[in-house]
Design a protein around this ligand. Structure first.
Ligand code: F0G
Length: 472
């Protein structure tokens, strides 16, 4: 036998592969630990099988949400020291306004404490009792604010979005025929605005194309209907346009973002996602009258119109976050990490929403636990089982999240019954993604033994946050 031992080749040498990597390195770390299994079992039971009710200290890898959970850069932390904590007219507010104007292109800005603060203002300002608000799939807080303002949300997303196996490249698109049918049925005067989200959270982080938003805008203009954008994850949407839409491959994320926003009349934003801060939000509009109304309302509900619930330092970190979030290499690595996790699961035959979206992997609980009926909460069960297996925390996005129809009191039964594993921005490494994937695989291998849940406590609003369950 030869003394020579073969040197294992790296993938790069074997295939000439060129990987992406994060355009940053780690300067500070936060220790995390994995509880022993009996303690995880106890913690999950005490939390009523609702991952929202776990203590974060009991969580190992936290994929509950990408909201406010990202890591700030050294520049942003330095920015915190530049906070001008004046009650009125903070320097940081003006910088924030200029930054939003520069990158999103809107004229008028109202700061809010987070996304739902902005949703509240825009819904109250634009919606009258009995109005209809068409949108590309509901989001929990967005729809609730539309309903609380007297409106009815109408889903006009393309049918493909409700099918987790359909490979349409833009599953966030609005179905123009559905939109036209609603206009014909209720009349344009009953539609204060079209509610467009980029990317669509509940559909699996799926993008909407530039061609579609242009067409929506053209249709809306014909009837004098406004188009408002939920810009929460627009950087990721811009990435998918760059990747998939002919004519955009050489355009920058920043250029695509600005063009997209130019087809809308305004936007609301949860800055806790794509703007890379732990807290913050804003409302933007090109309409002076809407600005005047919402700027007046913000002082009632959020804070003065030059801080809206944020500290001066928060606004500084937010302004810097926007400039970092539009960088092509950042967005590529961000979506690349999500895709890395999704591809591991796909390779093992584990059912997830395809194509892989921008901020999260969505496990298809209907195919994961086909023996558990929707009334026994298969996605809620799966999220609990994953936590018990490894301490990885995801969240339910199915029948519990969908809530009840306010008129009939019945469960809404969404076609999608999903568990979301949401990747915080700039926080976890590829090794963490491996651990997550291996845990999902372990739960998949034992899937036939799984037992569903029954709901034992249900709050009135947004029940998924606080509902409690027991094992059947
Ligand atoms: N719009 C979208 C698309 C969202 O995903 C969220 C929040 C909001 C609006 C509301 O913003 O939380 O700042 O008040 N989504 C979080 C999530 C909670 O986990 O997906 P917020």
């Amino acid at each position: 036998m030869s003394e020579e031992r073969s040197i294992p080749q790296t993938m790069g040498q074997q295939f000439g592969r060129r990987s992406w990597a994060e355009p940053w390195k780690i300067k500070m770390v936060e220790p995390i630990r994995q509880l022993p299994r009996p303690e995880r079992e106890r913690a999950m039971a005490e939390a009523g099988y609702n991952t929202f009710l776990l203590r974060s200290a009991d969580v190992y890898i936290d994929l509950l949400t990408d909201s406010g959970t990202g890591a700030m850069s050294d520049r942003q932390w330095a920015g915190l020291m530049m906070g001008d904590e004046a009650y009125a007219g903070s320097r940081n507010f003006y910088r924030l306004v200029e930054t939003i104007q520069a990158y999103y292109g809107y004229k008028y800005i109202v700061p809010t404490h987070q996304g739902r603060g902005a949703e509240h203002l825009i819904s109250q300002a634009l919606i009258q009792q009995g109005d209809f608000i068409p949108g590309n799939m509901y989001f929990t807080t967005t729809r609730l604010h539309q309903e609380l303002a007297g409106g009815t949300f109408v889903d006009v997303i393309i049918d493909e979005a409700h099918d987790p196996t359909d490979l349409h490249p833009f599953k966030g698109n609005i179905d123009l025929e559905k939109l036209q049918a609603l206009i014909d049925r209720v009349g344009p005067e009953r539609i204060p605005y079209i509610s467009v989200a980029g990317t669509v959270n509940m559909a699996g982080g799926q993008p909407i194309s530039m061609a579609n938003i242009k067409a929506v805008k053209a249709l809306a203009d014909r009837y004098g209907i406004r188009v408002y954008l939920d810009a929460t994850r627009m950087m990721e949407n811009a990435f998918f346009i760059q990747e998939r839409e002919p004519g955009y491959e050489d355009k920058s994320i920043a250029d695509i973002l600005k063009e997209f926003c130019s087809y809308t009349d305004g936007a609301w934003m949860s800055a806790k996602k794509d703007n890379l801060v732990n807290i913050g939000g804003w409302l933007a509009t090109n309409e002076e009258a809407v600005f005047e109304r919402t700027r007046n309302m913000v002082v009632v509900y959020e804070g003065l119109h030059t801080y809206g619930g944020m500290a001066g330092r928060d606004m500084e970190a937010l302004a810097i976050g926007i400039t970092e979030a539009v960088q092509d290499d950042y967005v590529r690595a961000r979506v690349g990490q999500v895709r890395y996790l999704g591809e591991l699961l796909t390779d093992w035959g584990i059912p997830i929403v395809q194509p892989i979206g921008g901020h999260a992997i969505f496990l298809d609980a209907k195919r994961f636990y086909p023996h558990i009926p929707q009334d026994e909460f298969p996605a809620q069960t799966l999220a609990a089982d994953i936590y018990i297996d490894s301490g990885v925390r995801g969240m339910e996005r199915g029948i519990v999240s969908a809530g009840r129809n306010p008129e009939t009191g019945e469960h809404r039964r969404p076609k999608l019954e999903l568990v979301r594993l949401t990747i915080p921005r700039r926080v976890y490494t590829q090794a963490h993604m491996d651990v997550v994937a291996e845990s999902i695989k372990a739960v998949w291998d034992k899937r036939h033994d799984a037992r569903g849940l029954k709901m034992v406590y249900e709050p009135k609003y947004l029940r998924f946050f606080q509902a409690r369950f027991e094992r059947l």
